[in-house]
Design a protein around this ligand. Sequence first.
Ligand code: NAD
Length: 487
Amino acid sequence: MTDHTITVAGTAVDTRHWIGGERVASAETFTDVSPIDQSAIGEISRGTATEAAAAVAAAKAAFPGWAATTWTERARILHAVADGVEKRLEDLAIVETTDNGALLRSHRRGVMPRVAHNFRFFADWLLRLDHDDFETRGHTNHVSWDPAGPCVLITPWNAPLMLATWKVAPALAAGNTVILKPAEWSPLTASLLADIAAEAGLPAGVLNVVQGYGAEVGSALVSHPDVRRISFTGSVPTAKRIAESAAANLTPLSLELGGKSPLLVFADADLDLATDLAVEQYDNAGQVCLAATRILVEESVADEFTRRFVEKAARLDQGDPRDEATDIGPNIHARQLEKIDGFVQRAVAAGARAVIGGHRKDGLYYAPTLLTDVAQDSEIVQEEVFGPVLTLQTFSDEEEAVRLANDTRFGLAATVATGDRERADRVTAQLVAGTVWVNCFFVRDLQAPFGGSRHSGVGREGGTWSFDFYCDLKNTVTAPKGWKDHG
Ligand code: NAD
């Protein structure tokens, strides 16, 4: 064991970058802390512009070889990566839970199988891509999905490996090389992914992982002129900074950002289902971009809805995310907890009432909170909290429901609970959101376009939309044999 390897719940994790098929250490490190008990997990290499440049150079050098690989060979290697993820599922699950505090049971049963599926899905989708051939006055048009080049992928901490591989898999399938920069609060599983990919036979330099702070190594990556795509998932302020850097090089961008999504509950809804959907919004301690954090309930059922909601929320078990029985774990970091509590206390000072919660608990745990008596233009209704904090407002008719639902600067998702199919059609048609769920939540198919409107994002990924983004589409027009243009 070297100084650069730490052991996390029995699993060895290399704390260095992975550049050009080699482990590279930085002179400086940063401390990775577990949100479960705020203990130090280890010292991670703190990348700078030097490592960013080295990673882009490695990705650039590996690009021609990987781009020339046949589609079936690329797909075979991506399936081998998926096999590796499945083989190391337990390691990945416990390391991720230790690192970001999300539930071990969801990592085991939902998230890590989905990580493997990300690779399988995009490998298979690549082989199904249409390559259009059509004719123009005897000439053949051939549309090809050309790889774009080195892609910088920047990801957040709330679902680290899941969100990273949702980008890594299509980027690689398309024939690009990748520089992945995971969030500094959850750097570990990206390092394990580098090991898994190398074992699966991914050539050196095709996937690079660079660790460190966004303002240091992240900003150096997104401003590098040799980068051909940037895909970012994270907050709006960071997205604006990245967009400015990308603009200097005209680097195409995909941005998946925050949300303040509504859950609309109509009086004709199955109230048991509606309250289940509402309580589900506390999943991952509320650190879910898609979370429907604004509950909008039709006046006539608001009291009954609230009664049932409170009863169900009281049954949630909050505690150590490694315990099978736990429903809600800690929030990621002391700074995030501070932010969450700041939002809640300012809302209460402005007249909001905490029906449940409204306070911190020990460590990094925040009591699941429901706030009522909130004004539509207040901070708590308009801004993303990214913690277990929901607001409840009422509406008197469909028109008001839609108006309140659409009245933020975001447009990531929306959920509608109603027993009336026609109402569902009318309402969903008017909602501004990248994804709308009717009487369900969080059902996501990789074939579907995914992204947000307004400040929730730019562009869509998923299925063919991912290949649209990660490829340079080319149309080649070939004249028929013996053809001569006589003007
Ligand atoms: P963040 O914007 O603070 O950080 C995200 C990533 O960007 C990190 O890896 C960080 O190091 C990096 N970064 C920071 N500054 C940078 C810079 N100047 N240049 C390049 N990279 C930089 O976001 P966060 O707090 O880690 O994540 C939470 C946010 O992510 C929430 O707003 C949430 O809604 C959003 N999110 C969106 C989706 C989605 O699919 N729409 C999914 C998950 C999370």
